[in-house]
Design a protein around this ligand. Structure first.
Ligand SMILES: [Zn+2]
Length: 451
């Protein structure tokens, strides 16, 4: 793997680039973008080495704001097919209860490899299943991310409201509140990096209103505030969740969130499908952002997130692929296209362009994870880049290269740079044998399923 170089590198004359004033490319040095090179100019930086990007469309690296990596082990499970969220979860919990550290490592590595290949430079993950033996799930995840060189915001998930307390999950996959809070504090102290350029960050993430007690929701918010880390959870995903909240908490999910001390600018929420017009300005005023998970919402027939209405109210929107068992894919570039199609269908050609969808997956996603140093091509930003070639049949004959990525369905990047390091070159992730990974991952997935 190539290391970030102190020497400047001119990514020269791209076919197209998602930035203004960078028609002749950009110069990166010490992990950051140090110069944009406009039409007719050459870099002011002397001695820059060259990377000829004449065949590449250059994007800010895409940022994935919601996922459950371990679910790559339970894709297209027969018993979970054709079910909505609650029934789908009940079909899968018993399989997830059998997760082992080895299987988890394979599931996480495979998910991250899929993301990198699809143009992702920063990803979150929401790991909330902690059966006995899997207490160090976050540690396993940090190690896997470091091996790949991917920037990550890992969330220490949790569930403590199981069937015996009126929740949805079986008792064997939940932990008690003290265990969760102690481990949350441990992983923040051990792994959370602060400031620009952080490669590993930790956020806290109780799973959902129907799997976590009110006490744990409140205690987690207090802990996150004390430790100065972000908060994440699922909210407003389905009508079932609305009914559950009204029945158990006597209010709608957003009211419940506020009661728990969660309506603020350190929070980003997955889904946000079922917010009403009174709730949208409240989210905006609070600075709470939404991760739009198009494919998952369609797969589970949860509904369609009102992305443009939320944006018009002032809410920041990012993109998330969601778990590989609901989406069944971790391809972030395809998620951009899916979000573009769904939202354009809903709001029209005047409101939604390919540039909006790319903005959601870059600047919008950066806002979800509370970062200003990524998600854009600008002087001072981290050198996190996704380079795509237009050398497949689907692109032949295209006019606008940037539009072609979204409209023609780009699904695989050619090169990925994170913090000035190439972590993928010529379509390959150095040091990762994909065939061997798939063989071991498939074997682990088979072993988890009941005979
Ligand atoms: Zn999810």
């Amino acid at each position: 793997m190539t290391r970030a170089d102190a020497a400047p590198l001119w990514i020269k004359d791209p076919l197209a680039i998602l930035a203004n004033g960078a028609e002749r490319g950009i110069v990166v040095q010490d992990g950051r973008i140090v110069e944009l090179v406009a039409t007719g100019r050459t870099p002011a930086t002397s001695d820059a080495r060259l990377f000829d990007a004449g065949e590449h469309v250059v994007l800010p690296g895409l940022i994935n704001t919601h996922h459950h990596f371990y679910q790559t082990l339970t894709r297209a499970v027969p018993d979970a097919l054709d079910r909505e969220l609650f029934a789908w979860l009940k079909a899968l919990y018993p399989i997830w209860a059998r997760l082992t550290p080895e299987a988890l490592d394979l599931g996480m590595t495979l998910a991250m490899a899929e993301l990198v290949l699809s143009g992702c430079t920063t990803t979150t993950d929401h790991h909330y299943v902690f059966p006995a033996g899997l207490e160090e799930a976050v540690d396993i995840e940090v190690a896997a991310a470091k091996r790949l060189g991917l920037r990550v915001v890992l969330t220490r998930g949790s569930m403590n409201r199981s069937q015996r307390d009126g929740g949805l999950p079986p008792d064997s996959v939940v932990q008690d509140e003290d265990t969760i809070l102690v481990d949350s504090e441990r992983v923040v102290a051990r792994y959370h990096e602060r400031g620009d350029g952080a490669m590993v960050q930790i956020a806290l993430a109780p799973c959902s209103p129907f799997t976590v007690t009110t006490s744990l929701m409140r205690a987690t918010a207090e802990l996150a505030k004390r430790l100065d880390v972000r908060l994440h959870t699922h909210l407003a995903e389905t009508e079932d969740e609305n009914r559950y909240c009204l029945e158990v908490h006597k209010c709608r999910p957003l009211d419940y969130l506020e009661e728990c001390g969660w309506l603020n600018d350190s929070v980003w929420l997955a889904h946000g499908v079922h917010f009403n017009t009174d709730e949208m300005p409240r989210l905006a005023r609070a600075g709470t952002a939404i991760s739009h998970c198009t494919c998952s919402n369609q797969m589970l027939a949860s509904g369609a997130c009102p992305v443009c209405a939320l944006e018009d109210a002032g809410v920041r929107i990012g993109i998330g692929v969601d778990g590989s068992a609901s989406n069944n894919s971790s391809n972030l570039m395809q998620e951009v296209r899916a979000a573009f199609l769904l939202q354009r269908g809903r709001y029209g050609v005047e409101r939604v362009s390919h540039r909006d969808a790319l903005r959601w997956a870059t600047q919008g996603s950066a806002a979800c994870v509370g970062r200003t140093d990524i998600g854009k091509i600008a002087v001072g930003a981290m050198a996190d880049l996704a380079l795509f070639k237009l050398d497949e049949l689907r692109f032949s004959g295209t006019g606008d290269p940037l539009a072609a990525l979204v409209l023609c369905g780009a699904h695989r990047a050619d090169r990925i740079m994170v913090g000035g390091r190439w972590i993928m070159e010529d379509g390959q992730i150095p040091g990762l044998d994909l065939a061997d990974l798939m063989r071991r991952h498939s074997a682990a997935a088979r072993a988890l399923r009941p005979a």
